[in-house]
Design a protein around this ligand. Structure first.
Ligand SMILES: Nc1ncnc2c1ncn2[C@@H]1O[C@H](COP(=O)(O)OP(=O)(O)O)[C@@H](O)[C@H]1O
Ligand SMILES: [Mg+2]
Length: 365
């Protein structure tokens, strides 16, 4: 008897391999690999202009890649620059920043539209659309026109329309950017919960770290057209792959200095490195050291390993953030450190360091 395959091709929602894209000879995306298993929700997080929308448009079929292959549900829909399947043949759900609802269709007809495209009979599609509207708590607004709804409500309608046909993949491109902060937070939680309830796979593009962490199990950090790291939010913070990832996520202070033996020397002080915890990178020479905010706390100056001077004290609602200089010189390294109590600019304080949380990368000389 033949062995049964352990999984079918449809277990893979998306396989993007070696995706590249240039505009006018300038590379915007290079070698992007991203795989989503069925039910995966991945956030694509990166600064404005790094290539997120370009990647999403390639997955959606709105733009051909210059290089690489896209398979959706095991079926190849784009290979290099040639003959790609058009968006409607990919059957994906999409939610954009600007809602993109049809103003001449009622709310329920907007939501039912993807089902109409698939030839579902009217009664069946209205029932499905109504159920999708209930999922986003808008069942009572089915007969309204989109223009009479608030921004948040319109985005929920767009969300219901994107999931109504239970597509193999839902694409989100900064869907909450036009909404105010409170609404953004609650809708982000809701979107994450809805995707999981329906077991849908999704790529959620955002430049907002909090939103990415709220929605996704895994976060793909895109910098300058490349994926720098794909990891769970906690892992990104505990083990950023590169100094650029650490900087972009604003995990703490990135200090430039030199490794000498088991110490990291920098203008204004030096820091003992944890023995054995910093493998290959710990060879002597120029390096960058990440001191995460959460790895530093104020301590009694007497016994403290590091001494610093307060430059600025910032009230953050539930605590203070101290901006500190390690030495007296203009070139001395700066750190940030959360504190329960305020401190005065100029005040000298001691610092305790959780060395296991330091990250070190060799730097070009
Ligand atoms: N159609 C286009 N023609 C030329 N350049 C483009 C085009 N689309 C995007 N770009 C450029 O590609 C880069 C990435 O853009 P985009 O994917 O929109 O970034 P993001 O969504 O991360 O902000 C930007 O420098 C942008 O100007
Ligand atoms: Mg964009």
């Amino acid at each position: 008897m033949r062995d049964l395959p352990t999984h079918t091709v449809t277990d893979v929602a998306l396989e993007a391999v070696g995706i590249g894209r240039s505009f006018d000879g300038k590379a915007v995306l290079e070698g992007v690999d991203l795989t989503l298993a069925a039910g995966d929700v991945v956030a694509l997080l990166g600064p404005s202009g790094c290539g997120k929308t370009t990647f999403l448009r390639i997955v959606a079929g709105l733009l051909p890649p210059s290089a690489g292959r896209i398979a959706i549900g095991g079926r190849i829909v784009a290979e290099g620059a040639e003959a790609a399947a058009p968006p409607e043949a990919r059957g994906l759900g999409m939610v954009f920043q600007d809602y993109a609802l049809w103003p001449h269709l009622s709310v329920i007809d907007n939501v039912a539209f993807p089902l109409r495209m698939r030839g579902m009979p009217r009664a069946a599609r209205r029932a499905r659309a109504q159920a999708a509207l209930e999922q986003v708590a808008l069942g009572h607004l089915a007969a309204r026109w989109p223009g009479t709804l608030s921004g948040g409500q319109q985005q929920r309608v767009a969300l219901a329309r994107a999931v109504v046909a239970e597509p193999p993949l839902v694409l989100f491109d900064e869907p909450l950017s036009n909404l105010d902060r409170e609404l953004r937070e609650s809708l982000a939680v809701e979107i994450g919960a809805l995707l999981r309830r329906l077991g849908l796979s999704a790529i959620y593009v955002t430049h907002d770290q909090a939103e990415a962490f709220t929605i996704a199990d895994r976060v793909a950090v895109m910098l300058d057209g490349r994926l720098a790291q794909i990891d769970a939010p906690e892992a990104l913070f505990a083990r950023p792959a590169t100094v650029e990832v650490a900087r972009f996520l604003n995990i703490g202070a990135v200090l430039a200095g030199r490794v000498e033996g088991a110490r990291f020397r920098l203008p204004g002080g030096d820091i003992a490195l944890p023995a054995g915890a910093l493998p290959a990178a710990a060879a002597s020479g120029p390096a960058h050291l990440l001191v995460p905010r959460t790895a530093v706390r104020p301590a009694d100056p007497g016994g403290a390993e590091l001494r610093a001077r307060v430059i600025r004290c910032q009230f953050q609602g539930d605590r203070y953030l101290l901006h500190l200089a390690l030495g007296a010189g203009d070139d001395s390294a700066h750190l940030v450190c959360p504190a329960d109590r305020p401190a005065r600019p100029g005040e000298a304080i001691g610092l305790a360091l959780n060395r296991d949380r330091l990250c070190l990368w060799p730097a070009a000389a």
